[in-house]
Write a protein that binds this ligand. Structure first.
Ligand SMILES: O=C(CO)[C@@H](O)[C@H](O)COP(=O)(O)O
Ligand SMILES: [Co+2]
Length: 220
């Protein structure tokens, strides 16, 4: 393992009536960043939250806030998420006619640009775009919902992504999203994950205990 692994709790699984408190609990328990899932009911079948949630969370935590945009034409909302206080914006090539332009726009706003691929999307996108990004996110479930089981073929994709990353942009962290829990984290870390997004595994139950259990599961 080359690095210290970071945990990014996904607030999609939090109790929305106590969102600020839950994020504060995650921060106090040592989470390194906060993952915000933005869904439009078109790119994915679900609806979730937008820039107002980023803006509200910016006031209650000093952790970096990353916006995972599961929306069509994400470039239309980059400035809104930047103004709301996001530190990183992650976009899907499946959701835009020109993902390179979307990544460029994110960087022009002074934010980290992240590329996310669905489980069925060829890794070729990373081959082309790794030099242009600051974060590489591999979906390990189909996007749209929390609480799903990790798709097993993701593990082999993760290893291939690690090899690409090592060759093309060695400082770019690899993040995995979907089905991360105490059963799957160790294997994900072994295969190359640097950042673990975890929704249900953090927010269902006691946050501090869950984060501790997740860290112990991969030997941290
Ligand atoms: O982007 C997504 C789902 O579309 C994720 O960020 C989920 O929110 C992760 O949830 P768990 O699988 O950890 O419960
Ligand atoms: Co996500």
């Amino acid at each position: 393992m080359r690095q210290s692994i970071q945990i990014a709790p996904s607030v999609l699984a939090a109790d929305f009536a106590r969102l600020g408190e839950q994020v504060a609990e995650a921060e106090a328990a040592g989470a390194e960043l906060i993952h915000i899932d933005v869904m439009d009911g078109r790119f994915v079948p679900n609806l979730s939250m937008g820039p107002v949630v980023v803006e509200a969370l910016r006031r209650v935590t000093s952790l970096p806030l990353e916006a995972h945009l599961m929306i069509l034409e994400p470039e239309r909302y980059v400035s809104d998420f930047a103004a709301a206080g996001a530190s990183c914006i992650l976009v899907h090539p499946e959701a835009t006619p020109n993902v390179h332009r979307a990544l460029q726009l994110i960087r022009e706003h002074g934010l980290k640009a992240g590329l996310v691929l669905n489980p069925g999307t060829p890794l070729t996108y990373f081959e082309n775009l790794l030099p242009e990004i600051e974060q590489a996110l591999l979906m390990t479930v189909n996007p749209g919902f929390g609480g799903q089981a990790l798709i097993p073929s993701s593990l082999e994709r993760l290893e291939r992504l690690r090899a690409l990353r090592n060759r093309l942009n060695p400082t770019c962290p690899i993040e995995v999203d979907g089905g991360v829990n105490t059963e799957t984290a160790l294997e994900l870390v072994r295969r190359g994950a640097d950042i673990l997004v975890a929704g249900s595994a953090v927010f269902k139950g006691e946050v501090a205990r869950n984060i501790q259990a997740l860290r112990e599961s991969y030997g941290a």
